[in-house]
Design a protein around this ligand. Structure first.
Ligand code: NDP
Length: 321
């Protein structure tokens, strides 16, 4: 639980009475949650993520329905919840039980375990939304190479795997070139050091990428836009480098570049179901194992600092049960 003490966020593991859980028509026994970048901001207080205190962080969870008065769910059903303000404005997944609205839940897709669903989690779900958005805008493997920034992180790792699985030639940009073999194993055909892309560049550069999934924002996204090919398609979902976007209109008016924003918290239900169906089909057990590792609840608070420092590789599953 996090509390606001003299305008500083204080996080601790504590007992909460079940009767204090918020209103909702489904009570879930949480099995796993995960650590996302946003959870790092919430736990450390380094970003204005939490809207009310005290807050149980955890923007996602997977678990088993314990009680339900919602028509679509009954006790014993395995379910997933990502977003809907969990861990920000509503109590989230870092608890043994969560009471939520059934309309926010999606059933665990066939062929996936609860742990695998959280190896995906909010970050992997967002990666799928980015890929679906780029394809909806017309991106095809024959258009040319696709770049993923922040490639060793949660969204990035899953995006690399999904794009490679769909037949794209993937360039993985990272600050950790030491993770090249990890990124190659996920399907990246090229690993690019991010360092030069963090420096201001020309408004238009050599057109290289037909598409990109950007998880970092800032100067890197500006350089990605400037080095996209004619008609290039860029999905922006993150700010791990910066909230700023120091770009010009040149890529848009001279190369017909599209910059598409991707937001995963309030994604409508039909898109969620489609995304999870795709994720269950496209991510095999080996890939999910490669991408994720598991920590206990007691390890989440120190791990929050690590994820903000860009030191977590792939996805962190949090074992709650
Ligand atoms: P991670 O921390 O797992 O991944 C972020 C990666 O970005 C890091 O691993 C690192 O990759 C890179 N990075 C970190 N710091 C910097 C820096 N200062 N400059 C450049 N690159 C950096 O986070 P997630 O994958 O969970 O989330 C990624 C981003 O996406 C976050 O900003 C998050 O808030 C956002 N997000 C947005 C969602 C939405 O709904 N729009 C949903 C989920 C996430 P490497 O070492 O390989 O360079």
């Amino acid at each position: 639980m996090t509390r606001d003490e003299d305008k500083k966020t204080h996080a601790e593991i504590t007992e909460v009475d079940e009767t204090d859980l918020p209103e909702g028509d489904v009570l879930v026994d949480v099995t796993y949650s995960t650590l996302n970048y946003k959870d790092g901001l919430a736990i450390t207080g380094k970003g204005p993520v939490v809207r009310s205190f005290p807050m149980i962080p955890g923007v996602d969870f997977a678990g088993v329905v314990a009680e339900s008065s919602h028509g679509d769910f009954k006790p014993g059903d395995e379910v997933i919840l990502t977003g809907w303000g969990l861990g920000e404005e509503r109590w989230g997944g870092y608890a043994e039980r969560a009471r939520v609205q059934g309309d926010w839940l999606v059933p665990l897709p066939k062929g996936m375990t609860l742990a695998q669903a959280m190896a995906v989690g909010t970050a992997g779900f967002t990666a799928m939304l980015c890929v679906m958005r780029l394809e909806e805008l017309g991106l095809k493997p024959e258009n040319g190479p696709v770049l993923v920034t922040g490639a060793s992180g949660g969204v990035g790792s899953v995006a690399v795997r999904l794009l490679a699985g769909r037949g794209f030639q993937v360039s993985a940009m990272t600050g950790r070139v030491s993770e090249s073999s990890y990124l190659n194993a996920l399907g990246a055909s090229e690993v690019i050091d991010r360092a030069p892309y963090g420096e201001p560049g020309k408004p238009l550069q050599k057109g290289v990428w037909a598409g990109a999934v950007d998880t970092v924002g800032g100067q890197i996204l500006a350089n990605v836009l400037a080095s996209a090919r004619q008609d290039g398609l860029v999905a922006a979902c993150g700010l791990a480098a910066s909230m700023d976007l120091p770009t010009t209109v040149a890529p848009f008016i001279l190369r017909n570049i599209t910059l598409a924003g991707v937001e995963s918290v309030y994604t409508p239900r039909h898109l969620r179901l489609k995304a999870w169906e795709n994720l269950a089909r496209e991510l095999d057990a080996e890939a999910l194992e490669r991408i994720s590792h598991t920590v206990g609840l007691s390890e989440v608070i120190p791990a929050a600092e690590k994820i903000l420092a860009g030191k977590v590789r792939g996805r962190l599953i949090v074992d709650i049960a």
